[in-house]
Write a protein that binds this ligand. Structure first.
Ligand code: M6R
Length: 612
């Protein structure tokens, strides 16, 4: 979703803003703009399309200045046009604002402001904020006018304001959308996400909802929306800019696929000890989990890929921890009137920790007395801060819109959680527990080995680059893998329609579409339902569908059922979704590549969905 940046310091601001905005491109956007303050007042430049269009415009008409704000817009209210692009200004042109989120009461505010003589230039909800501040400025100094205007907003926002009235300062605030402050030496930054400031500083201050910041080159002054001063020290980010760059790969998606042996290792690090036959977490999380281990029910909420991880988690936790689990799409959970109480634990799974539906879901859970555990990748994100306990995945920054390494890290965290609870709930015998722990410890090497099938996957993907419809089928633990395989393909190759199904569900409808040459990707690794999957493959072949089969190494029987065969190392069914994720991700990547798609930033998609 929209990306926000702001800078106060001694460098030429246009350069800094462009560089920071580039680090936020992964969030998805359709127009970009910036506003800078200089002797001419507030200068605004905007362009539709990619950042290069804005960079070219600025090259032709350089803007000089040391304080400014920038924005990449992912259209919600009004089409992606130059007029609707941010920053938005008030009637005087002295104020310029950038915003991420949705102002729900913008229509009524706009009507009131128009009644008071304000002229609007765009169709956006954001522009009302600039005019509201302008209105408040008639009676209040800048900082107060900003704060009072924000108090009138309903909905979600992260905002940064540039003002000719305070040319050496920026004003920022958040409520429901992410905003961080980067603290450098004699310079300071606003940004929607950490990668945008990493080239300049690793000292970051995470803002809470309803906090306001006045930012100068000396640093931030934080206060509540009520004007009360807040004391908070910046924390140091433990990864650097190299982790947020492509490192020689053609795309972030490919880089992140290849990072998986390391990222899974990081998720396991310090938590799994085969010698001591122990799984351990930090003390706080462990206390939380010990309480969960005597509970009767767990509800998992998540969106998209993280939801698929939750579905795998349900199989894991029910089979080995014998803990009843419900899994809900966070966007449905909050509207279905869930029955929660203090005996329920809600587990939110999220890469970004900022997904609006998941965040709303955990707030609802807490209101109803449930405890909240999060599996989250981004330290300091909203969900990480609001949850009662967090199991961080430590997968490092995930930049490609299509989630890959965050997914396998989530599955690894779920495997750890399952085995931890399985021991306490005596859901599995000690010998089997030990086998699973040993296999989990070998997972980084298993993934390394799995990645060796990349050339084979590329060949198969290129062979299947032209069909426009795909089914992905699997059963049990790999039913969610089928959903995820289909999601990956349609995300990165928007020319293709791909559906994931439980293979046993085929005969209840979807099979009607299968005809000569229709490609079906089957996940058919060893499992208790292996024979049933073979029957499903037979059903498809009888209708002349083309079967791409992902099977276990050494499976001689499967050969005659597959038009194209990809094999992965043998594992327990418990860990197989992590391993089969690799060929599924690579398949999507290479089909998209063969179709010339914009792999890292697919159209219409945003990395972090911070609006409902
Ligand atoms: O940051 P989150 O894990 O909460 O995001 C949830 C989904 O928006 C996300 O997984 C989305 O489906 C990805 N683009 C999948 O590749």
């Amino acid at each position: 979703m929209c990306g926000i940046v702001g800078y106060v310091g001694r460098r030429q601001v246009a350069e800094v803003l462009l560089e920071s905005l580039r680090c936020l491109e992964y969030r998805g956007y359709d127009s970009a703009g910036m506003a800078v303050i200089n002797s001419k007042g507030v200068e605004v430049h905007k362009r539709v399309g990619k950042l290069n269009a804005l960079a070219d415009a600025i090259k032709r008409h350089p803007i000089i200045g040391h304080v400014g704000v920038g924005h990449t817009r992912w259209a919600t209210h009004g089409e992606p046009t130059e007029l609707n692009a941010h920053p938005h200004t008030d009637c005087t042109g002295d104020l310029a604002i950038v915003h991420n989120g949705i102002i729900e009461n913008y229509a009524e505010l706009k009507e009131r402001l128009v009644g008071r003589g304000h002229t609007f230039k765009s169709q956006t909800d954001t522009e009302v904020i600039a005019h509201l501040i302008e209105e408040r400025l008639k009676r209040h100094p800048m900082g107060e006018a900003f704060r009072l205007a924000l108090k009138e907003l309903r909905g979600s926002y992260a905002v940064c304001l540039l003002s000719a009235h305070e040319p050496r300062r920026l004003f920022g605030a958040r409520s429901g959308s992410p905003l961080i402050v980067g603290v450098g030496k004699g310079e300071a930054f606003f940004a929607s996400d950490v990668p945008a400031v990493l080239a300049r500083t690793r000292r970051v201050l995470y803002l809470n909802d309803e906090e306001v910041v006045v930012l100068s080159a000396e640093g931030p002054k934080v206060m509540t929306l009520e004007g009360q001063a807040v004391t908070r020290r910046p924390s140091t980010v433990n990864w650097n800019i190299a982790a947020a760059r492509k490192g020689g790969f053609a795309h972030f998606m490919l880089k992140e696929i290849h990072e998986q042996p390391r990222t899974v290792e990081q998720t396991l690090f310090n938590r799994l000890s085969v010698e001591r036959r122990q799984i351990a977490f930090d003390r706080h999380t462990q206390t939380f989990l010990n309480r969960l281990s005597v509970q009767e029910k767990l509800v998992i909420i998540a969106c998209g890929t993280a939801y698929h991880a939750g579905l795998v988690g349900q199989y894991m936790l029910e089979e080995f921890a014998r803990l009843p689990v419900d899994v809900d799409l966070a966007s449905e959970f909050r509207y279905r009137g869930p029955m929660l109480d203090k005996h329920t634990t809600v587990l939110a799974i999220t890469q970004s920790g900022e997904t609006a539906d998941t965040l709303a879901g955990i707030r609802l859970a807490k209101e109803q007395g449930a405890k909240v555990l999060a599996i989250c990748n981004v330290v300091g994100s909203s969900i990480a801060r609001e949850a009662d306990a967090v199991l961080y995945t430590h997968a490092g920054p995930e930049i490609a819109v299509a989630s890959t390494k965050a997914y396998t890290a989530q599955l690894t965290a779920l495997a750890l959680l399952t085995l931890y609870l399985a021991k306490r709930r005596r859901g599995v015998g000690p010998a089997r527990w030990r086998e699973l722990v040993e296999e989990l410890a070998r997972l980084p090497q298993i993934i390394e080995q799995t990645l060796r099938i990349e050339p084979a996957v590329k060949l198969v993907a290129e062979q299947y680059a032209s069909p426009r419809n795909f089914y992905f089928l699997g059963r049990r633990y790999n039913f969610p893998s089928a959903l995820e395989g289909a999601l990956k393909l349609k995300e990165v190759c928007p020319l293709i329609h791909a559906e994931g199904y439980a293979a046993g569900e085929m005969k209840h409808g979807p099979i009607s579409l299968i005809h000569n040459g229709w490609p079906i990707v089957f996940v058919a690794t060893h499992s208790p339902v292996y024979d049933k999957i073979i029957s499903n493959i037979e059903e498809v072949r009888a209708r002349k569908g083309e079967c791409v089969v992902i099977a276990s190494d050494g499976d001689a029987r499967i050969k005659r059922y597959a038009d194209s065969l990809l094999t992965v190392p043998q594992t327990s069914e418990f860990l197989s979704p992590i391993v089969v994720a690799i060929p599924l991700q690579l398949f999507a990547y290479y089909v998209a590549g063969a179709n010339g798609c914009d792999i890292d930033q697919p159209p219409n998609l945003a990395k972090s969905v911070t609006v409902e």
